[in-house]
Design a protein around this ligand. Structure first.
Ligand code: ZN
Length: 329
């Protein structure tokens, strides 16, 4: 009996060889291949943007985020290995609104090479941006904390990707529609869940002012210690002022953040107790970086859900939540 598969086998080997060559070229630094015939190489600054680029780009993109878990974007300086990643990118997505305070020069150089660098949060309507007093006229960059604003940023990311890779514009539009529906549901979940916190307990006290958009969108007063950027150290007067506020208002819990040292919030804790107050650390919030990639908090949606559950559990006296297990040592 003749084996009918002999012909395919003869052809498969050269085909694989050819594919290996082609794919090798696509995955490497050969930018001569038209963008429509390979994946779009996207480099982002924050992990929130890396997650968003993956959601909107899907199969069409290869995404690298420069800032990993626990990294503070206000203080981050690009490393040598980042330069190679930036140079090989088709586009760089960054937050803007002065979040990446130490990356200005690197981003300018990238643009000098003709690589598009897009400050995607800058496209949020200015009427929806916050200008807290302590930032002296500049906008608050932490827009991802309001899910409805993140929906605007998602739209911008889809536009930027479709402009660069016009042949696949329909894919980006479809991915945006699907992800936007998820974000809409997430926004509704937050609005409903925060109702479990009694109105007079809706106060978030943290180490830095990352939660102003969260507060404005979902009805919480927000008190941070270091002002908008973590680049400014809190002074003793600030610690005492915040401690007086926490003690006078019987705030049950304050929060630490995964990307900011807990030193200053612990100083407030001690100062409150010295005044006879009984505040606790209510858990750890993800403010300026996602969690580890293989945990639920490694996605934007997981980050928001973790923060909301932590805040609601700590401020509503609900001890069944995930808080106790997640307080960092
Ligand atoms: Zn921040």
């Amino acid at each position: 009996m003749t084996c009918t598969c002999s012909t395919p086998i003869r052809w498969v080997a050269p085909l694989l060889f050819f594919l290996a060559l082609t794919l090798g070229a696509c995955g490497g630094d050969d930018k001569d291949t038209p963008i429509a015939d390979r994946k779009v190489r996207v480099v982002t600054t924050t992990s929130m943007l890396a997650d968003l680029a993956r959601e909107i780009g899907g199969e069409r993109v290869e995404v690298e985020g420069l800032m990993g878990p626990g990294v503070d974007p206000h203080l981050y300086r690009p490393r040598e290995s980042d330069v190679a990643r930036l140079v090989e990118a088709d586009m760089v997505l960054y937050n803007g609104l002065e979040l990446e305070g130490k990356m200005g020069e690197a981003l300018e150089q990238v643009e000098g090479l003709g690589i598009g660098a897009e400050p995607v949060a800058n496209t949020v309507r200015s009427s929806r941006l916050l200008q807290p007093e302590e930032f002296e006229g500049a906008f608050d960059p932490h827009v991802w904390m309001d899910v409805s604003l993140w929906r605007d940023v998602a739209e911008t990311v889809a536009e930027v990707l479709a402009d660069a890779d016009t042949a696949h514009a329909e894919i980006y539009a479809a991915n945006l529609a699907a992800y936007d529906a998820e974000l809409e549901a997430l926004d509704e979940y937050v609005r409903a869940r925060v109702q479990d916190v009694p109105e007079d307990q809706r106060v978030i006290v943290t180490a830095h002012d990352a939660f102003n958009y969260f507060g404005a969108a979902y009805g919480f007063e927000v008190r941070g210690l270091q002002g908008l950027s973590t680049a400014t150290e809190a002074g003793t007067g600030d610690v005492q002022d915040l401690a007086a506020f926490v003690a006078d208002n019987d705030i049950p819990a304050m929060f630490v953040e995964t990307s900011v040292s807990d030193r200053s919030i612990n100083a407030v804790l001690e100062a409150v107790r010295a005044r006879g107050g009984t505040v606790e650390i209510g858990g750890s919030l993800f403010s300026d970086a996602l969690g580890d990639p293989d945990t639920p908090e490694g996605t934007y949606e997981g980050m928001i859900r973790h923060n909301v559950e932590t805040i609601v559990s700590a401020l509503s006296g609900d001890t069944t939540g995930p808080v106790a297990a997640r307080v960092p040592s």
